[in-house]
Design a protein around this ligand. Structure first.
Ligand SMILES: [Zn+2]
Length: 283
């Protein structure tokens, strides 16, 4: 009996166990972990969603500041742990082009404009269609072999006017090969997931597929030649979801692979296939 009470005293006086976080503490990265039942997790005072098994994830967008505060509360709302996180800041490739003649882009027709806004709504609805599953805990695989031709975060400033940054990784035909021969190359799902969008002939994106890897972490695959999956379908890492193409507004055959969390946080898919994930707290 005496032994037991000493045991419990020791147990109670131990500091709260730190939860383990895995992922990339980097702009464009995401981090995941698991809390126990009843525990709630907050990032800078915003509550982070946890699934039925206590899994959570959160991401850092392109401009995320250098520090963030993580707080864990118990079921009574008492803070059990606070951690300062350090987020690695990145330099992006910014290209300034001045002295361009005023844009000669033909204005879009009313019909094209209507198509664009309709498709915008369809995409927003798909982002809200959040799935369970934890493909996000896997190490991602590269969906197709090739040459990286466009990178996350890069931006062009034309005549002093910043354009929307490029949010994704472009994969094009390997050097020394005919780009046209690259059309039809199978594209693999980078991780397990559920298809939340499979739509053809979109104005910008062409044939496009969304794969939700769990909790709203979505791979966005654009400009496909063919689509091999349907909305609602479960896919495993490595399953073929379609083939590479140049549909939509693409200047050549390539895969644009985007990664978003909860529709609004743009992440860098390239980080997910590299061996640079840091483990546990980063302080
Ligand atoms: Zn792209």
């Amino acid at each position: 009996m005496r032994f037991i009470s000493i045991f419990f005293l020791c147990f109670l006086s131990m500091p709260a166990l730190a939860i383990e976080l895995k992922g990339n503490f980097t702009q464009g990265g995401y981090v995941y972990g698991q809390v126990e039942k009843g525990q709630n997790i907050y990032l800078n005072d915003s509550k982070i969603n946890t699934d039925k098994d206590g899994y959570f994830l959160f991401g850092f967008n392109r401009e995320y500041p250098e520090t963030a505060t993580l707080t864990i509360k118990n079921e009574r709302g008492e803070i059990t742990e606070t951690k300062k996180l350090k987020i690695k800041q990145r330099d992006y490739n910014i290209e300034r082009i001045d002295g361009l003649p005023p844009s000669k882009v033909t204005p879009r027709t009313e019909e094209q404009q209507a198509q664009i806004s309709k498709e915008w709504t369809i995409k927003q609805d798909a982002y809200k269609d959040i799935q369970s599953g934890n493909g996000f805990t896997q190490k991602f695989i590269q969906p197709v072999e090739g040459r990286f031709s466009g990178f996350y975060g890069s931006q062009r400033i034309l005549n002093g006017e910043p354009r929307r940054p490029h949010f994704g990784l472009d994969i094009a035909a390997p050097k020394g090969t005919n780009p046209m021969d690259y059309i039809g190359t199978p594209i693999k799902s980078p991780a397990d997931g559920i298809i939340t969008l499979a739509r053809k002939n979109m104005y910008f994106e062409g044939n496009m597929v969304f794969i939700d890897h769990g909790q709203g972490l979505v791979s966005i695959m654009m400009h496909l030649e063919d689509i091999n999956v349907e909305k609602g379908e479960h896919v495993k890492q490595g399953d073929i979801i379609g083939t590479l193409g140049m549909t939509g507004r693409a200047t050549g055959p390539h895969l644009h692979w985007g990664l978003r969390l909860n529709g609004g946080i743009h992440l860098d898919p390239q980080l997910m296939i590299e061996d640079n994930q840091s483990y546990a707290y980063n302080d």
